[in-house]
Design a protein around this ligand. Sequence first.
Ligand code: AMP
Length: 442
Amino acid sequence: MLFTEIKLIEPIQKALVKSGYVSPTPIQEKAIPKILEGKDVFGIAQTGTGKTAAFTLPILQLMFNSNKRLNTPRTLILAPTRELAAQIGDSIREYGSFTHFRQTVIFGGVGQGAQEQALGRGVDIIIATPGRLLDLIEQGHVKLQTIEFLILDEADRMLDMGFITDVKKIIAKLPKKRQSLFFSATMSKSVMELANTFLQNPVKVEVTPESSTVEKIEQGVYFVDNVEKDKLLLNIIKPKKINSVLIFTRTKHKANKIAEFLCRNNIKADAIHGNKSQPQRVTALNNFKSGFIKALVATDIAARGIDIDNISLVINYELPIEPESYVHRIGRTARAGQEGIAYSLCCAEERDYLRSIEKLIKRTIPVMEHDRHSNFAQNAFGKDAKPSKDKNKQRGGRQQGGGSAGQKHEQNKAKKSFKTNFNKNKDSSKSTEDNKHKKKSY
Ligand code: AMP
């Protein structure tokens, strides 16, 4: 199917030609006609499927056709993160370059002066994260009585991040007569309940269910002991001619540590997570997009909605606790139909996380063969396959004698790794980090 076969007005067709889009993606093909008919839509689609254009194009058209040029907001788009809100703003600028609506992006973590001024000048479209928007509403800087179109994007993440009360307060201020669109990457009971509270007779459109990982992504798992992960990471990245690698960790602290470690090893890297200020995040993202830094280390929430087209490699330095996050993470590569690679480093205590992921995606991730392979991690079961709850307590002197098989294994491995490094440093000419990364059938 071609875009020209969907009844889109000329200013939008022109913008699509300018963007180089020829055919609608499946979510666009399904959602655009329904939205143009004026229906409420409940869309299940992940980032990377083209969902932003799926809701933006028809809304721009509906606004354009009704030809009202009021000085008041007509469309409200709510997004869970600043990055996603900013990206939706960029998309609207791109797709709306011939419809000329005024828009502004509202999010927290920065001063509100510029946002107040933009609202004061009058806008047609507001893209916002819930917390800051609510602040501005309460301070009287924005009124929502003229909203005709509401879009809630990444609703599942809104729920995860605890924004739902703010979202409900905002929705309560909107006119009852409006068209509402609701997008979520996953469908759970709480997502359904939320959708039911504000959609009227919605049409459901669904693409790429959560459990089916984007087919084009080549996936692999490296079983490795925790203490060896840093070196393995270098071994994976260094020999490959990779332009951009996105690395995931579970914590902000770890993200910083890895970015620092990579920089020390001559790989330009930066970290992006919730503790970074908005200007720091923007700089890191821009540097990554421009190729100035090669590696971006991110936590799940910060990475949500990162829309960079040419990420060739995603590495899960640590596996996520929620299996659905794996699908989101690896979906950062293979965007808009391109191919991509996603590798995961799995130590013993993450073994059960990997099992949950494989259950969700209904396939076994191929095992990568490498010099630091850990049979212990690969075969971990029971207590050894889970993070130990009392690990922190065991950091004291008493840990030496106790601990599970896993902890003893890691302690031995750490000692061995120290000795090996010591010997290598004595004769660096012998150190060969040139690794073979081959898939092993399993
Ligand atoms: P999204 O899921 O909205 O984050 O979009 C993912 C990526 O796909 C973005 O980089 C878009 O620019 C791109 N994209 C969206 N729709 C199309 C299309 N119909 N043809 C080609 N690329 C597209």
